[in-house]
Write a protein that binds this ligand. Structure first.
Ligand code: FES
Length: 180
């Protein structure tokens, strides 16, 4: 029997369509003088793409690799080391990390995570259907004094309660609805 197994990797099979905009490329290149090598630009470049698209699809990995003179697998290695960069689809307009480390766990962090997810109608790690909100569990946010807490975008939400968690979900949805 003849084997039909393909040796084409998912990365090399990707089309050459352009994901990186001139603006993204300009931002990446503007950082270059601050770094000793092009390779050292990998993580900042991934952040620039993620900031613009709310995810880093494989096509963007290939283009970042081309820009930096690296193999796509090298960029993908860096990306996959962190849990920060979604690859399948964009994260929600608001991305929230709910702490479940010890101080927050002792003060109801897991329940807050469950409550936010239940209110939003998603599982931890999921994104609401309206694209308003992605909720992810997180390790210590360095704000144990304010347990249980959550980082949403760049805003730290302190001393969360079921009521404040519900208000957070409501506000995130309202922001998305009013902008569409
Ligand atoms: S344990 Fe939650 S912020 Fe430190």
């Amino acid at each position: 029997m003849t084997s039909t197994t393909s040796t084409t990797s998912p990365i090399s099979a990707i089309s050459t369509r352009r994901i990186l905009t001139p603006e993204m490329v300009a931002k990446i290149e503007a950082l270059a003088p601050r770094y000793p090598t092009r390779r050292a630009l990998t993580l900042p470049a991934l952040h620039i793409v993620n900031d613009a698209l709310a995810y880093v699809p494989l096509e963007a990995v290939v283009e970042v690799a081309q820009l930096l003179g690296l193999a796509p697998a090298e960029v993908q290695d860096t990306l996959s080391f962190y849990a920060f960069f979604p690859q399948d689809k964009p994260a929600g307009r608001t991305r929230a990390w709910v702490c479940r480390s010890i101080s927050c766990a002792l003060r109801g962090g897991e329940q807050v995570l469950d409550h936010i997810c239940r209110t939003a109608g998603i599982e931890p790690g999921g994104t609401t259907a309206d694209g308003a909100l992605t909720v992810e569990p997180a390790e210590c946010l360095g704000a144990c004094d304010f347990a249980p807490c959550m980082l949403a975008g760049k805003t730290l939400h302190k001393n969360l309660t079921p009521e404040s968690a519900e208000a957070f979900v409501r506000d995130a949805r309202a922001r998305t609805a009013s902008s569409s």
